[in-house]
Design a protein around this ligand. Structure first.
Ligand code: V47
Ligand code: SF4
Length: 360
């Protein structure tokens, strides 16, 4: 199953040696999907045994009005454009209140960069949710939103994170990383926070005790070496802070975007990407395919290709669905458990920080 090139990577993996840029490129250039998956599975089982995690969570996208207008985004709107929306604090509160009976442990909040919202809106959003359900972990605002909030508040990134944390922020989602390359950002999101600033913001959060995720949006204009460099940039940041919880590859959905001429990613590329991430990111504990983007079927298979986390119930997702995503809006817990069991793994309900939760 392993040809000569993959055998050399097998040797490194067996000795727990770090893979180089060249190794990463070699993996991306190989079409030996089963060989790459086999290697990734070795690392996956070494790190997480037979566990496959999932979480009972709820997503809220508070506004789609965004000044950035990234070319890959079908979710964002300009202020007066049809379909533009902003949820009031009361509407957000109602979304949380309406599901109080469910054992949701995390609310995951991401939105656009809306210049009409005051800094206070974000603080109120956090404190209101915490008042309604004090035990909930709020995973909110990507590094891009954090940098924007600091700008509108006239504060440093550090001061902003401290205040958000006091208001109830638990951790940051991993969005906004896209591909950490100035060439790619210039082509697909020229207005967005730079790669360097994204990494600095994530590291500042980690230093303040706020963990975060990291993502990579793949399948548009990026080259294979740029994917490898992205993974290495994350690995180096993780060496410094150890603050990243999980890596989530995000498969680009082209429909309704300015890059609509691009093809959708294939299952082959999705699995390869997950497996290579598992192999390159030796200091990340968790690799999480987002089933909303890669489909529940690919997410399930990926549990044998390096992944150890099925994300969660999600409940109401807009970013992928506005870009032509055809997956369901939510997966019932029963279905997640079924998919995990059918893959021969042990389902583990987790909280945001990957502590086991007994199912009630
Ligand atoms: O940064 C935007 C991506 C991200 C498209 O941390 C698209 O657990 C695909 O942060 N096709 C936001 N992707 C979502 C996000 C996230 C999602 C799931 C889990 C976690 C986590 C975080 O969505 C953006 C961008 O990279 N995105 N448009 C699109 N057309
Ligand atoms: Fe705005 Fe985020 Fe969409 Fe970019 S990806 S346009 S920053 S909402």
């Amino acid at each position: 199953m392993l040809d000569k090139d993959l055998k050399s990577i097998y040797d490194k993996i067996s000795e727990q040696k770090r893979l180089s840029f060249e190794d990463g490129l070699l993996l991306y250039q190989s079409n030996n999907l089963l060989g790459i998956g086999f290697l990734a599975n070795l690392v996956r089982e070494r790190k997480n045994g037979n566990d496959a995690f999932y979480i009972y969570n709820q997503h809220i996208n508070y506004t789609n009005i965004c000044k950035n207008g990234c070319y890959f985004c079908a979710f964002s709107r300009k202020k007066n454009e049809q379909g533009a929306y902003t949820l009031s604090i009361e509407e957000i509160a109602e979304k949380v209140r309406s599901r109080l009976k469910e054992p949701i442990t995390e609310v995951h909040i991401v939105g656009g960069l809306n210049e009409d919202l005051p800094y206070d809106y974000y603080l109120k959003m956090l404190s209101t949710i915490k008042r309604i359900k004090p035990s909930i972990h709020i995973q909110a605002f990507t590094a891009v939103e954090i940098a924007f909030l600091a700008e509108i508040a006239g504060k440093t990134i550090e001061e902003t994170i401290i205040e958000l944390k006091e208001a109830g922020l638990g951790s940051l989602p991993g969005g906004g990383a896209e591909v950490l390359s100035s060439r790619v950002r210039q082509l697909v999101c020229p207005e967005k926070l730079s790669a360097k600033a994204w990494l600095e913001t994530a590291k500042t959060a980690h230093e303040l005790g706020v963990r975060s995720n990291a993502t990579m949006l793949y399948g548009h204009v990026e080259t294979l070496p740029e994917r490898v460099s992205h993974l290495i940039a994350l690995r180096e940041a993780q060496d410094e802070t150890n603050g990243f919880l999980a890596f989530i590859p995000l498969a680009f959905h082209p429909q309704n975007t300015k890059l609509a001429d691009k093809k959708k990613t294939t299952g082959f590329d999705d699995l390869k990407n997950i497996a290579i991430a598992r192999l390159m990111l030796d200091n990340f504990q968790h690799i999480k395919p987002f089933w909303i983007m890669v489909t529940p079927k690919i997410a399930q298979i990926s549990l044998s290709f390096g992944a150890d986390d099925m994300d969660g119930t999600v409940i109401e997702e807009k970013i992928t669905h506005m870009a032509g995503g055809e997956t369901a809006q939510a997966l019932p817990v029963k279905e997640l458990i079924y998919l995990i069991r059918q893959a021969g793994r042990t389902p583990r309900r987790r909280d945001t920080l990957y502590n086991y939760i007994e199912r009630g």
